[in-house]
Design a protein around this ligand. Structure first.
Ligand code: BTN
Length: 264
C-alpha cells in the first residue's frame, strides 16, 4: 500500500493491547466490512482491523455505495466483541466516531462534528461515514463490525454527483494529510475509549458534545415514517430524542436525519 500504510509500519507504531493487534491490509478488496464480518464468524480476536486502499464494493448505510478512489481515503473495519447488550451496540460505533474526531483535531487541526447517527462533517459537508454491522447469537451480541470511510486526500470533484455535499481533510487543509499518522492516532484513542466501554462506560456525554444535530429542527426518516421536531438529546445508547411540536418526545434508534431547511 502506498505512503507507508503497511501492516509493519502500523504495528511498529501502535502501542495498543487490543485494537489493531491483528491487522489485515489489502490494496484492493470488495469491502473491508465484508472481510471483517467473515473474520468475526471465523472467531478472529477482539480488535482485529481490516484496512484497504480501495474497495470494489464499498458499502454505505441504507444500501448506498461508498466511493473512494485508490489512495484517497482511510477505508477500515474494526471487529469488536464488546460485553454489551444488542441494544447498546451503538456505543461501539460512538467510540469509533469519537476517536476519529479526536484524531483529526490532533493530527490535522480540524474541527469535525458528527451528524447523527454516523456521519462525520467538516464545515457542514460530509468527510466520512460509519457503517456498523452486528452479529448476534440468540439474543447475545457476538460481534460488532464498525466500518469507517474517511475522505483524507480525496479530490472531491472525482466523486459522482452526490446528494450530500462532500469534502476531504486535504481540501480543507490545502495540503496532503498522512493517512498513517491519522490512523495511528485514531487507533490509540480507540484503545482508551474501548477499555472504558468494556468497563461499563457510555460514551454519550463526550459524543453529544461533538454532535452537530442537537438543538436543530430535524426531519428524521424512520421505518415508521418521518418524525419532525427538535433534536433535543441522545440517550446513553446513542438513540436520538426528538421533541415533536405536540410536546411528545420520540426516541429514534435508526434513522436518517435531514436538518430542516438545509439540504444536508
Ligand atoms: C455511510 O456514511 O453511509 C457509511 C459509509 C461507510 C463506508 C466504509 S468504507 C470501509 C467500510 N467498508 C465498507 O464497505 N463500508 C465501510
Amino acid at each position: 500500500m502506498p505512503e507507508g500504510l503497511t501492516r509493519e509500519n502500523l504495528s511498529s507504531r501502535l502501542a495498543t493491547q487490543v485494537v489493531g493487534r491483528t491487522i489485515e491490509v489489502y490494496d484492493v478488496i470488495v469491502s473491508t466490512n465484508t472481510r471483517a464480518t467473515a473474520l468475526a464468524r471465523e472467531g478472529a480476536p477482539d480488535g482485529t482491523l481490516v484496512l484497504a486502499d480501495a474497495q470494489t464494493g464499498g458499502r454505505g448505510r441504507l444500501g448506498r455505495r461508498w466511493y473512494a478512489p485508490a489512495g484517497s481515503s482511510l477505508l477500515m473495519s474494526l471487529l469488536l466483541r464488546p460485553p454489551l447488550e444488542p441494544a447498546q451496540a451503538q456505543r461501539a460505533t460512538m467510540i469509533c466516531s469519537l476517536a476519529a474526531v479526536d484524531a483529526i483535531a490532533e493530527v490535522v487541526g480540524l474541527d469535525v462534528r458528527i451528524k447523527w447517527p454516523n456521519d462525520l462533517l467538516l464545515d457542514g459537508k460530509k468527510v466520512g461515514g460509519v457503517l456498523t454491522e452486528l452479529g448476534l447469537v440468540g439474543k447475545r451480541l457476538y460481534y460488532v463490525v464498525v466500518g469507517m470511510g474517511l475522505n483524507v486526500n480525496l479530490d472531491v470533484s472525482a466523486l459522482p454527483d452526490l446528494m450530500t455535499p462532500a469534502t476531504s481533510l486535504s481540501a480543507a487543509r490545502g495540503e496532503p494529510v498522512s493517512r498513517l499518522d491519522l490512523l495511528v492516532a485514531m487507533l490509540q484513542h480507540l484503545e482508551a475509549h474501548y477499555a472504558r466501554l468494556r468497563a461499563g462506560w457510555s460514551p454519550h456525554s463526550a459524543w453529544r458534545q461533538v454532535l452537530a444535530t442537537l438543538g436543530q429542527p430535524v426531519a428524521v426518516g424512520t421505518e415508521g415514517g418521518v418524525v419532525e421536531g427538535i433534536a433535543e438529546d441522545v440517550d446513553a445508547d446513542g438513540a436520538l430524542l426528538v421533541r415533536r411540536a405536540d410536546g411528545g418526545v420520540e426516541t429514534i434508534r435508526v434513522g436518517d436525519v435531514t436538518l430542516r431547511g438545509h439540504a444536508l
